[in-house]
Design a protein around this ligand. Structure first.
Ligand code: PAF
Length: 281
């Protein structure tokens, strides 16, 4: 596996692969990889000749009071996992390499999509995500890019950006990967102490409950949200940020459960903010 730190190295390698007629998949990550990321790499390897994984904690998507400085990092461990899963190149740039000294250009969706759900408490987050993902698309010029469904709002927003900006890249959404007890895999799970780790199960339990209600033909989204909230509020360490139903494509609030309704939540467990969701199909 090639380890690249500069944009030029990635571009030169992509050029060489393109000359050979090879297809390229991109898996954008912020590192500290787990089985969720591995599943994205596996999917990319199964669909593309060469797979680039970016491993970059992107400062522009963190708010001033968020966990940029403490975000977990372990590049050597990441490389081991990526090699095992058949990635061809890992792109691990510095902040200077990605943004230079005076970067002043952002990619931002100007409708309400980035303001909804997580955007209510993370107002600049999706501008940072769209900007860095745009840059990664311009650097790696992939045929396909792979994103996890755990960050459902991110996936929806990236799809919109790709359509609006005519990127010509296929966006592949991949299922949420969970621990054996149901907790959605996340690099941030590492922040949880033993007690919080147990309490965090309330998210996946609420997802399961909502899903069962929807599958049992409950069509009133408010009833499902109420039941999910009641369950979460019983957990003393949990504090709800939001529990909402939205159309997956537009992120507009939805009152009736139908195909494409996303039930999403963000819940603080102690100081750690966790997200989870299910898409009714
Ligand atoms: O999902 C993530 O890890 C990040 O938001 C992404 C897409 C790698 C952009 O920094």
């Amino acid at each position: 596996m090639i380890k690249a730190e500069t944009i030029k190295e990635v571009r030169d390698q992509v050029k060489a692969w393109r000359k050979e007629g090879l297809t390229i998949g991109l898996v954008p990550t912020m590192g500290y990889l787990h089985e969720g990321h591995a599943s994205l790499v596996d999917k990319a390897v199964s669909q593309c000749d060469r797979v680039i994984v970016s491993d970059f904690v992107n400062p522009t998507q963190f708010g001033p009071t968020e966990d940029l400085s403490t975000y977990p990092r372990d590049f050597e461990r990441d490389c081991k996992l990526l090699e095992e899963h058949g990635a061809s190149l890992v792109f691990h740039p510095s902040v200077e390499e990605m943004y230079g000294e005076a970067a002043a250009t952002y990619v931002e969706i100007l409708n309400d999509m980035p303001k909804r759900l997580c955007g209510q408490t993370r107002p600049i987050h999706f501008r940072g995500v769209c900007t860095v993902v745009s840059k990664l698309f311009n650097i790696a010029t992939p045929d396909k890019a792979f994103f996890g469904m755990k960050d459902a709002q991110q996936l929806s927003i990236i799809k919109k950006m790709v359509k609006d900006m005519s990127y010509g890249i296929e966006i592949v959404g991949c299922p949420i990967i969970r621990e054996d007890d149901g907790l959605a895999k996340s690099s941030r799970n590492t922040y949880l102490n033993e007690e919080e780790r147990k309490a965090a199960l309330v998210l996946s339990k609420a997802v399961k409950l909502g899903k069962e209600m929807a599958e049992n033909c409950e069509k009133d989204a408010a009833k499902i949200l109420e039941a999910q909230k009641d369950l979460i509020e019983k957990e003393p360490l949990a504090k709800i940020d939001y529990v909402s139903a939205a159309n997956f494509d537009t992120l507009e609030p939805e009152t009736q459960v139908k195909s494409g309704t996303l039930f999403a939540m963000a819940v603080y467990i102690g100081k750690t903010r966790l997200i989870d969701n299910f898409l009714y199909e």
